[in-house]
Design a protein around this ligand. Sequence first.
Ligand SMILES: *Cc1c(COP(=O)(O)O)cnc(C)c1O
Length: 411
Amino acid sequence: MSDVLLPSAELAYSAPDAAGFYGPYGGTFVPETVVPALAELAAAYEQALADPAFTEEFAYLLRDYVGRPSPLYRADRLAEAVGLGAVYLKREDLNHTGAHKVNNTIGQCLLARRMGKKRVIAETGAGQHGVATATIAALMGMECAIFMGTEDIRRQALNVYKMRLLGAEVIPVADGTGTLADAVTAALRHWVERVEDTFYVIGSALGPHPYPRMVRDFQSVIGTEALAQLEEKGVGHLDAVIACIGGGSNAIGTFYPFLSALPADQRPLLVGAEAAGLGLESGRHGAALTKGSPGVLHGFYSYLLQDDAGNPLEAYSISAGLDYPGVGPEHSYLKDEGLVRYEGVTDAEALAAFALLTRTEGIIPAIESSHALALLPRLAAELGSEAVVMVTVSGRGDKDMDIVREAGLGG
Ligand SMILES: *Cc1c(COP(=O)(O)O)cnc(C)c1O
């Protein structure tokens, strides 16, 4: 069971090396005070992976608490509407708490408990990672504090309320633009001060080593399940696999098992959908891989939206979960190696895809996930009307009702 859920290091196509580098990307660019804590974490993670008690409890909670495996659903009316042969949706929206993020928070909170930490902290943008962390902290009886930008607190009031209901303290971060990047900075700063009793649960496949690798491993359940489900359904050939990219955790969790299990000539085209916001040329987007350049932010080296002096630029997207100026380091590596293709999707394209899935299938996706769905018509044009494509629906759209109503959907 454990082997099924966590791809073994031997299978990996490469990367990261012992210092957490994916080619030139990743690493540990942090204040010296945090270095021992990260080394301790990396060692504890290696031990945990080798301990069946850990991997079995992880598998148990994913099954009986989250409700995994999440279905792989063939969306025929959607496929017809976009002009593809078949579209398979990996339904992370059906997970307990409504998105893929819970897969990772369970893994990290189990690790925190194993390391004897009684308190977890996290940063959150859309509020989804905050809710997922507060949920698992409640489940495990741990103290929990969530850092969240003031602008995001305004945009995601319901999730803030949920976190408080679950017993978490929500700490507003008014610095900078009051969004995700500022919340990450505040959480990292806080962790430096409280590192003896506090575990920092990072919400995407980013941050200093070993976080990108840990988060990828915990989220790889998505792609691992999908490979087994495709086989079960007798889907012998898949032309493309799509996922949206904020920090990149649902995407790497989807892609990594395809990258590590399949040789290049049998691998579908892997495509990541980045937030192009108001347009790639507008300066108002979150497309770090498409429009950014390599630099250091939040403890790791990766593609980043930055000015000439190396200061991070404000990212923008209609979805709070995608407006981060950086991206996980493994995606930077995959881009440079040509193993994954990354494309920008605008707010308007995402909203159109949101409306399309809602009306054709009765599934209301998160606006983040709608960015991935928006690539379907483009892939139909490129791959033809017989092509078979899988999309990871990273979360459900309940949290986005106010935003889509403001955007005028549904009249
Ligand atoms: C947070 C979030 C994302 C973006 O995060 P990744 O780490 O890139 O997966 C995407 N979809 C949903 C539903 C989210 O909540």
